[in-house]
Design a protein around this ligand. Structure first.
Ligand code: NAD
Length: 496
């Protein structure tokens, strides 16, 4: 265990202490005695400095040819590849997910850098016809300026990459405000970009909490883009603030994602998927499979199998190779989960597994919660409606496809959904009818790929998408160009 260090913000190409000299301690959720260091508790003054640096750097970065921007992203991707193991270890220590998943998180950042670097030679617009002779019409993507990025702790390198890479390739400059619970992964991300040769001020990192560092970044008149991932409650505030200034604003928020299991589902496959979707990252994924809606013909066999597998999950420090489920992020989250367990019991759901803090052996030093399963949950219960963000899964019986679809769609969220069935017609009906931004067939609700759009409907999003080519619309504006080479005034058709 190393002694705690003090870390700094990255502004205008320099590592600087926060103006007010305040820091937040970063603690390993698997072991509170393991302290990773002190990270800036920044405020409006630091945000102001970062935005000034980013606005200055924008003047030349927007004119840097995209293939040149891409070379730097490729270089950053290679740096991450070389350091993947170290960065994954840091991530597991600071936020608890098991090492294999932390490696996957870094891998997403690598994939996103390479994918967006490829866009450096594309960023395609359209060339099209004109209604008039001797006239050329086309569209190009143009950057907007400074992008303010606000990210959560559960994908502490992947999500910063989903936002930074497209912002940069489009020609914007960036101020990133990562989550206060996982600043080290954002710092590692910043180091990779710095070493890759990004000019000073193009990417800036300001650490701190939402109120003192996040809100000023959203409010500042010089952030042209606000890209937020986090809870729907905070997203609503961010969206309101950004809308008042007509900023580009994308909001990626919570979920209450359902797996629908029909009578003809391949049972073992569905069980394996439900365990992984429900308890992977200790249930702390926006796409976690927190509801299992199971047709009555298979309900008992499915529930028995699910309880059996959930009971055997091994909890522990994510750095230990045998661990399947790590801790939850902090003490407040542990309390929130306990509250929801009480709510579920009061509502009359049957608590079939878990329901308590897990304090055996070395886990007593961390924030662990037992894998928890509620059965006989009905759709209107709060545990079936609200995002818990922990290892708590609700199992709801349903009649079949129609009933199951209605339940799956019956929450305020709409991020990810899935169906297990061998019936092609049922699968295709479900992919059409599920009110979610992402639908899986015969796979759990988690497992996105960077070249496809990611995001949700209803309270899970605000109509934009992260990743895929769709994200380019967040980080650029369309410009339409008419070139008249007739040498005379040609009035448009509507004017003649
Ligand atoms: P959170 O909303 O508490 O915080 C997210 C970020 O917003 C943090 O950086 C925080 O400091 C900042 N913030 C807080 N208040 C702010 C304010 N007033 N102004 C500006 N910024 C502010 O969320 P969290 O606990 O870090 O993450 C968990 C949530 O994120 C869950 O709801 C989860 O579903 C969601 N999430 C969504 C996606 C997605 O892509 N849809 C992905 C991962 C996580």
């Amino acid at each position: 265990m190393t002694a705690p260090r003090t870390f700094h913000n990255f502004i205008a190409g320099r590592w600087e202490p926060p103006a007010a000299g305040q820091y937040l301690e970063n603690i390993n959720p698997a072991n509170q005695e393991d302290r990773l260091g002190y990270f800036p508790a920044s405020g409006p003054e630091d945000i102001q400095r970062a935005i000034t640096a980013a606005a200055e750097a924008y003047r030349s970065w927007r004119l840097t040819p995209p293939p040149r921007r891409a070379e730097i992203l490729f270089a950053a991707g290679n740096i991450l590849k070389a350091r993947k193991a170290d960065f994954a270890r840091d991530m597991t220590r600071e936020m608890g997910k098991v090492l294999l998943e932390a490696g996957g998180d870094v891998q997403e950042a690598i994939d996103m850098l390479f994918f967006m670097a490829g866009e450096g030679r594309r960023l395609y617009g359209q060339t099209t016809t004109s209604e008039l002779p001797d006239k050329l019409c086309m569209t190009t993507r143009v950057p907007l300026g400074v992008a303010g990025l606000i990210t959560p702790w559960n994908f502490p390198m992947a999500i910063p990459s989903w936002k930074t890479a497209p912002a940069l390739i489009c020609g914007n400059t960036v101020v990133l405000k990562p989550a206060e619970d996982a600043p080290l992964s954002a710092l590692n991300w910043a180091h990779a970009l710095e070493e890759a040769g990004l000019p000073a001020g193009v990417f800036n990192l300001v650490m701190g909490d939402g109120e003192h560092a996040g809100a000023p970044l959203v409010r500042h008149p010089h952030t042209a883009i606000v890209s937020f991932t986090g809870s729907s409650e905070v997203g609503r505030e961010v969206g309101r603030e950004a809308a008042a200034q007509f900023k580009h604003c994308n909001l990626e928020m919570g979920g209450k994602n359902a797996i629908l299991v029909l009578d003809d589902a391949p049972l073992e496959l569905a069980l394996e998927g439900a365990i992984w979707g429900g308890f992977g990252t200790s249930g702390q994924r926006c796409t976690a499979s927190s509801r299992l809606i199971v047709a009555k013909g298979i309900y008992k066999r499915f529930l028995d199998g699910f309880l059996d597998q959930a009971r055997r999950l091994r909890l522990g420090d994510g750095l230990d190779s045998g661990t399947q489920v790590g801790p939850v992020i902090n003490a407040a989250q542990l309390e929130k989960i306990e509250t929801y367990v009480r709510i579920g019991q009061q509502e009359g759901a049957r608590l079939r597994l878990g329901g308590h803090r897990y304090i055996q052996g070395a886990c007593a030093r961390g924030w662990f919660f037992e894998p928890t399963v509620f059965a006989e949950v009905s759709p209107r219960m709060r545990i079936a409606q609200e995002e818990i963000f922990g290892p708590v899964v609700s199992v709801l019986p349903c009649e079949g496809l129609e009933d199951g679809l209605e339940m799956a769609n019956g929450t305020g969220y709409g991020l990810s959904a899935s169906i297990y069935t061998q019936n092609l017609n049922a699968a295709l009906r479900a992919q059409r009818e599920l009110a979610a931004g992402i639908v899986y067939i015969n796979a759990p609700t988690i497992g996105a790929e960077v070249h496809l759009p990611f995001g949700g409907v209803k309270h899970s999003g605000n109509g934009h998408r992260e990743s895929g080519l769709a994200t380019l619309d967040v980080y650029s504006e369309w410009k339409t160009v008419y070139v008249d080479f007739s040498g005379r005034l040609q009035r448009a058709q509507i004017d003649t």
